[in-house]
Design a protein around this ligand. Sequence first.
Ligand SMILES: Cc1cc2nc3c(=O)[nH]c(=O)nc-3n(C[C@H](O)[C@H](O)[C@H](O)COP(=O)(O)OP(=O)(O)OC[C@H]3O[C@@H](n4cnc5c(N)ncnc54)[C@H](O)[C@@H]3O)c2cc1C
Length: 424
Amino acid sequence: MSESFLVKSPDDMFIPEEASQEDKLLAKSAREFMDKEIIPISDEIESKKHGLLRELIKKAADLGFTSVGVDESYGGLGMGEISYTVLAEKLFGGQASYGITWNVNIGIGRMPLAYYGTEEQKKRLMPKICSGDYVTAYALTEAEAGSDALGGMKTRAVKQSDGSYLLNGQKIFITNGGISDIYTVFARLDDSFAAFLVEKDMPGFSTGKEENKLGLRGSSTTTLFFDDIKISKENMLYHEDQGHYVALTALDVGRFDLAAAFMGEAKYNLMNAIKYSKERRQFARPIASFGMTQKKLAKAAGQIYAAESSVYRFAGKWEKLCSGLDRTADDYGKKMMNILRVLSEESSILKTAASDILASVVDDELQIYGGNGFMEDYPAARAYRDERVFRIFEGTNEINRAVIAKMLTKQIRSEEHTSELQSH
Ligand SMILES: Cc1cc2nc3c(=O)[nH]c(=O)nc-3n(C[C@H](O)[C@H](O)[C@H](O)COP(=O)(O)OP(=O)(O)OC[C@H]3O[C@@H](n4cnc5c(N)ncnc54)[C@H](O)[C@@H]3O)c2cc1C
């Protein structure tokens, strides 16, 4: 039975004001990094200047932003789920192309290894990810397998007599596709699914051209091709027939950390809208003085307050459930999977709510900028374009709502069943 807040109230709750001094400093330095190192070079990022994203991941790594949530013995900084949430929020607002690059790199790209990797895999790869020398990606989607990612999967691994696997197939729309070193790739293996760590130099691996996108233009999105790649068993993640658990756990984390990121982007854009509405004058007054502008700003503030409260509520609960977990233990992945399954529908709720809130905030922001909002010289246009995909990836909002509804109806059925049994 899920511990969803809808059926069981938590006995304590976390709020961001109660963050540790260490997390407050982390938030401050992450925000300063975005304001000083990333946002001023937005045009270069958006034009996909060669090598720039990797350079900027390395800069983030030098400040420890790629090491949070990883045990010290693998080159990490330790720290917990609240620290991770703080970074997810702060390293996004104002430059979503860079934000998504960082987010996928240490989220769905890195988590499968962090949770399910063997000691040898983690010792071999994690220090390079933490130092920013390696970038990661998560490859599930295929041309005919989007929302039905497992059911429609055609990428296939075949076990060889020497214990290795031969991988063939294609993945599409992969974030960090053109800049990564390590790809977590999901494939059919007989009647089940397996997860593999594909390294960029493996013979038979190649990437397609960069996609021409509506938004997140600075981020890397490509097809991946696997042509008879021989993968040793040392590069398999978790158990041979349990790759689907790896895929789903990563999405449980990914949907939540995206919610934190969208909330950060909403805050940034509200601040822009407030600033502009105080500066822009019409009818001899700042447009901020008009009731209809104020209504937009107040609506956004309320939505962001709700998003922030619920994101950190989740973060606090997640960290509490993880307290005492040994990140180096063999069963770390299994234990984390059980925790994340409990939080799964809340992760979907937060992803859909935060993306819808961001959509509303940037739409109103663009309206407040008037005609300037439609011009790429002003920040509202890019935020408006970038936002659109947040309702599509890591499970469309329809699919996430289906997850929520399925879980709720399951709970209601099981409660009815329990009360029926009790009344007999
Ligand atoms: C910029 C970008 C980056 C991405 N990055 C990654 C990545 O790093 N790794 C990765 O693996 N994938 C990635 N994706 C893929 C993304 O997760 C998929 O695009 C998404 O899951 C939707 O799949 P689809 O595009 O095939 O749409 P479809 O599944 O074809 O859906 C089309 C429409 O039908 C609706 N629909 C489908 N099934 C149902 C249903 N059962 N009930 C109600 N409505 C339904 C959908 O909600 C949608 O509106 C990325 C996509 C984009 C655009």
